[in-house]
Design a protein around this ligand. Structure first.
Ligand code: TRP
Length: 445
């Protein structure tokens, strides 16, 4: 691909697609998706999540890709490019969101590194709940958080092609293979059927539940890395001749596909071992306590399966964290004129420092996740809809770029202009008060 000016570019279209899938597929698909499904009644949540990904996530994904590729700039400048300086503050909100999300995301990723170590050395025992209590907060958690951040910074410092693209090209196929292999294995377990039933049989009475809709919308956003300019930033390294609508469908399908298949691993395992009582007890429970408990009961097979599972998680977490840091780093490069290495190490260090709060107090982690999802990402998505639908002059032509104004993009414009912002307005109205309660709880408790 030719490069425009001296801005870095992906070496190929598939490099971009894999990196974007790498951003989307992460802890969100396995950790968040499985506990939210468990907490919100299984199949009804899964169904809503799929529908909202198609109707809300996909249109916004195309919007972010369109803005990024068109402007060829990091978020703050890209927004100013199309909307003038009044839109710069939104770009700063995106950078702040990247900061906050990566700070706690890395702590969770640190736990997965730690778990992988435990599996390699000794395997899980029946005391896993206590063990998790010990390692999830304090110096242990902090140490692995720092370790993970060093990996992320090292890759981002390597640049778009030799850092981000290369890592995604190597790692993503590994993740796909492991997750599919594990789903096939899970299908052979006795008692898997009950897991499938919970996961796949829809309780229609829950489909209209506002709380479940809110969670499903938040998850659709988080999982697709939307609402804070991550996809926008990746698209800014694309040439102008790429087919964005087709690529957004591929990215969204892969993301949903991995989440869905991860559910086909998690639920049969939990049900086969009769651990249903434990699920959904806490946000971290499904993945960091119940599953390891299952692996412990499965003996040697459990150790191998567990190891594969946590390796897949690390891979997902790494490629996602890279995209979070890239938003901050590209903004520092564009806005402050810093070189890539300096931006990566300085910003990485600042994020690591912020993450120490989550590492030493798990309730900070929980509240950060709520603030990020319920306010920053949903609010950012809302603002991006207004921007694309009402501020940009001709988003259809920009999205199609070079191929006129195809009629089939008209419904997309309509969704971004009316349907998605109305829906997000409704969800925000539901979500904001809850989040304030959670923040108050943090300070009073
Ligand atoms: N999508 C990732 C996941 O599912 C997390 C993530 C990466 C993210 N970049 C993001 C979430 C940007 C929101 C915004 O784990």
């Amino acid at each position: 691909m030719p490069t425009a000016g001296n801005r870095e570019h992906w070496s190929s279209k598939s490099g971009f697609v894999l990196a974007a899938i790498g951003s989307a597929v992460g802890l969100g698909n396995m950790w968040r998706f499985s506990y939210l499904s468990a907490e919100n009644g299984g199949a009804a949540f899964v169904f809503l999540y799929l529908v909202l990904t198609a109707l809300v996530g996909l249109p916004l994904l195309l919007a972010e890709l369109t803005i990024g590729r068109g402007a060829q700039k990091s978020p703050v400048r890209a927004l100013a490019h199309y909307g003038g300086n009044a839109w710069r503050p939104l770009g700063f909100v995106f950078v702040a969101a990247g900061f906050l999300i990566l700070s706690y995301y890395s702590v969770i990723a640190g736990w997965t590194l730690r778990y992988t170590g435990i599996l390699l050395v000794e395997g899980f025992g029946s005391d896993i709940a206590d063990r998790f209590g010990d390692i999830s907060e304090g110096w242990d958690a902090f140490g692995f958080h720092v370790f993970f951040m060093v990996l992320v910074v090292g890759i981002v410092a390597g640049g778009v092609r030799s850092g981000i693209e290369r890592s995604a090209t190597v790692l993503m196929p590994v993740l796909f293979a492991v997750v599919i292999g594990l789903a096939i294995y899970a299908a052979t377990l006795k008692g898997a059927g009950a897991g499938y039933a919970y996961y796949l049989e829809i309780d229609f009475s829950k489909l209209g539940d506002a709380a479940v809709i809110k969670e499903a919308a938040g998850q659709a956003f988080f999982s697709l890395s939307l609402g804070m300019g991550a996809m926008l930033t990746y698209a800014s390294y694309l040439d102008r001749d790429q087919n964005l609508p087709g690529e957004s469908v591929i990215i969204a399908s892969a993301d949903v596909g991995v989440a869905f298949v991860a559910g086909l691993v998690v639920f049969p395992l939990i049900f086969a071992l009769g651990l249903t009582e434990e699920v959904g007890a806490s946000t971290v429970g499904a993945l960091f306590i119940t599953l390891p408990h299952a692996f412990a009961e499965m003996g040697t097979a459990g150790r191998v399966v567990g190891l594969l599972f946590f390796v897949a998680l690390i891979v997902g977490a790494l490629t996602s964290a890279i995209s979070l840091l890239e938003v901050v780093v590209s903004s520092a490069m564009d806005g402050l004129g810093w070189g890539r290495k300096r931006a990566a190490w300085v910003m990485g260090a600042a994020i690591t420092a912020l993450g120490s709060f989550a590492a030493f107090d798990i309730s900070v982690l929980d509240v950060s996740d709520q603030i990020a999802n319920n306010i920053l990402l949903l609010g950012g998505g809302f603002a991006l809809c207004i921007f694309t639908g009402w501020v940009m002059e001709d988003p259809i032509a920009e999205a199609a770029n070079g191929s006129g104004r195809p009629a089939w993009l008209v419904p997309w414009h309509y969704l971004v202009r009316f349907v998605v912002p109305l829906f997000l307005g409704f969800v925000l109205w539901q979500a904001v008060p809850d989040t304030f309660e959670a923040v108050k709880g943090l300070f009073s408790g």
